[in-house]
Design a binder for this molecule. Structure first.
Ligand code: CUA
Length: 376
């Protein structure tokens, strides 16, 4: 002990050593304050950015943001988040306040270097307080969270609610509307739900391979898609628009390339989308060569074009491929050039993608892409 004390004293007495703790405390407090201001500023800009901005394709997109909800489950999550953040903010202020007070109030003062503060051992009151208070806080947070979870999960679908099955695959989303006979991929279309006349959408979440997670922050919470298990989620977006989401469970090399877009349409627009998707695939005589090529290659083992021999189910349904605004689960926008590059070598756009490069000769590739471009 004596040696330790001597060492400390010798360090403190070293030339240039700053003997004053208040300066340290002030610097620490300033750093914390600056940190808080920077964080608050960033949150504010993130919030501002949550307002719609325009993409190249003209659609207005909502940046993912749990603080800008537009659907009942997301509103509930924001409410709960503010409650939890409020409690945490109070805890932070109490702890940081007491810490700052102690650092300043009990700092080393000139002339009192050798005086020790009173030593307190085993105070029952203090120990009970710092055991019981946190337990109570945790119980409150648990009960509040459980109440929200049960409230959201207990919401029963109306008999005529829109039912959609979302199947996660490496690395894309299959989206099926069993009652409407529609199968599409990566872009979920739903009607807007007027709170006065709600038309919620119920999602059945499944997986074709590994665990994925469905997350569109503005519409609902995050829920896993688990092999051999069915999970359910519902959304009732109040505002038309485009909401983006992302697979939120690491599922392999292209986990980050598993993007999801939710188009929320006014009711008539949604009905028009449904009618267009239900229509059979276009059979344009001008691209027969490409169609025949498509049907004679391995394409049809994985892809479906409704009404043709192509009925594979490993890859996305291509019946209305060109009605989608993105390609390869959102990694590229749907343009003829990107589509051509994708068919030519999927791994060039999306390394690790499970679709093989078909090694087509250039004229064949042109014909095949010309056919795909007619699948509106
Ligand atoms: Cu699918 Cu991560």
């Amino acid at each position: 002990m004596t040696d330790g004390g001597a060492t400390m004293r010798s360090i403190e007495n070293a030339p240039g050593h700053d003997r004053g703790y208040p300066q340290h405390a002030a610097a620490l407090a300033a750093a914390i304050l600056i940190g808080c201001v920077v964080m608050a500023n960033r949150c504010a800009s993130a919030y501002a950015a949550a307002t719609a901005f325009a993409l190249g394709d003209g659609a207005s997109v909502q940046t993912p943001n749990i603080f800008a909800p537009t659907s009942t489950p997301a509103f509930a999550i924001r409410e709960l988040s503010w409650f939890v953040l409020g409690i945490c903010a109070v805890i932070f202020l109490v702890v940081a306040g007491l810490l700052t007070y102690s650092v300043i109030r009990f700092r080393r003062r000139p002339g009192a270097e050798s005086r020790e503060p009173p030593q307190v051992y085993g105070s029952n009151q203090i120990e009970l307080a710092w055991t019981i208070v946190p337990v109570l806080i945790v119980v409150v947070l648990f009960l509040a969270t459980a109440r929200y979870i049960f409230g959201l999960e207990g919401f029963a679908p109306a008999p005529n609610a829109l039912q959609v099955t979302v199947v996660g695959s490496q690395w894309w989303w299959e989206i099926r509307y069993p009652d409407l006979g529609i199968v599409t991929a990566n872009e979920l279309h739903v009607p807007v739900s007027d709170p006065a006349d709600p038309t919620p959408t119920f999602l059945t979440l499944e997986s074709a391979d590994v665990i994925h997670s469905f997350w569109v922050p503005q519409l609902a919470g995050k829920l896993d898609l688990i092999p051999n298990k069915t999970n359910r989620l519902w959304i009732d977006p109040h505002t038309p628009g485009l909401y983006v989401g992302q697979c939120a469970e690491f599922c392999g090399v292209q986990h980050a390339g598993m993007l999801l877009r939710v188009f929320v349409h006014p009711k008539e627009e949604f009905a028009a989308w449904v009618a267009a998707q239900q229509a059979p695939a276009v059979d344009d005589p001008a691209v027969r060569a490409g169609r025949d090529l498509f049907q004679s290659t391995a394409c049809i083992n994985c892809h479906t074009v409704r009404g043709t021999p192509a009925n594979g189910i490993f890859g996305p349904d291509l019946t209305h491929l060109m009605s989608r605004s993105t390609l390869a689960a959102g990694v590229a926008s749907m343009t003829p050039e990107n589509l051509r590059a994708w068919v030519n070598d999927p791994a060039a756009l999306k390394p690790g993608a499970l679709m093989p490069a078909m090694q087509l000769a250039r004229p064949d590739l042109d014909q095949l892409v010309a056919y795909l471009l007619t699948l509106r």
